[in-house]
Ligand binder design. Structure first.
Ligand SMILES: C[S@@+](CC[C@H](N)C(=O)[O-])C[C@H]1O[C@@H](n2cnc3c(N)ncnc32)[C@H](O)[C@@H]1O
Length: 209
């Protein structure tokens, strides 16, 4: 069903080799940790959302939405929110979370190669700790470009600094921001500012024509 409208690392920042998949997908069995009270307490989702400069009229895709930690609060500040994930199990949890919260969210299952949304229909695509998990980033970035409005913004959040001792095994790996930026540029995005967010960076790209 496609429509559901229902690593302890001592190494320096890791390379995002465009041709090899370096990181395992986040384990579905740990989905509960992505939606835990502890996470909400330590990293309230609104803290990130407030840095995205969203407009009330925006159509936002939360790509790699997991169990909906950001999707649900996003739906309260923008016109239309679509959570996309490759994992049916994550989506089931996201649907439950949205229902329980009374949030109007649409969910789609996709690995990003084809996303069932119209051409030029999306204002903002957010990826929180997802980009490094994507196998075929070139293809997915091209699909993002297709669904984005001409002035659409791509916001890729990745861990770019912090303790290398704990990164990878107990959280996302530390990624080289310049490599993310390079892949975005190669895919046809103009780089905006990079916004600091704790140990993460929000790397912003605007669709260029
Ligand atoms: C670390 S979790 C982050 C979930 C959510 N963004 C959050 O911050 O709570 C990464 C998510 O990306 C999803 N994912 C990984 N590769 C994907 C792909 N190619 N297409 C769609 N989702 C993907 C995984 O299924 C997982 O739910």
């Amino acid at each position: 069903m496609n429509w559901l409208v229902l690593r302890l690392s001592l190494e320096p920042s890791e390379s995002l080799n465009a041709h090899s998949h370096q990181h395992k997908r986040f384990p579905e069995a740990l989905a509960f940790a992505l939606n835990s009270r502890l996470r909400a307490l330590l990293q309230p989702p609104d803290r990130l959302i407030s840095k995205l400069n969203l407009r009330a009229s925006d159509v936002v895709v939360d790509f790699g939405c997991g169990p909906g930690f950001f999707t649900v609060p996003l739906s309260r500040v923008v016109a239309r929110t679509i959570g996309v994930d490759v994992s049916s199990r994550m989506l089931e949890k996201a649907v439950k979370h949205a229902k329980k919260s009374g949030a109007a969210v649409e969910f789609l299952r996709s690995d990003g190669a084809e996303i069932r949304l119209e051409d030029q229909s999306v204002d903002v695509i957010l990826l929180n700790h997802v980009f490094h998990e994507i196998d075929d980033r070139r293809r997915v970035l091209a699909e993002f470009r297709r669904i984005m409005r001409p002035s659409g913004r791509l916001m890729i959040v990745e861990r770019t600094h912090g303790s290398k001792l704990l990164a990878g095994k107990f959280g996302p790996p530390i990624i080289d921001e310049t490599e993310v930026a390079r892949e975005m540029q190669q895919a046809g995005f103009t780089l905006g500012q990079s916004i600091a967010h704790g140990s993460d960076s929000i790397i912003v790209g605007q669709k260029s024509n």
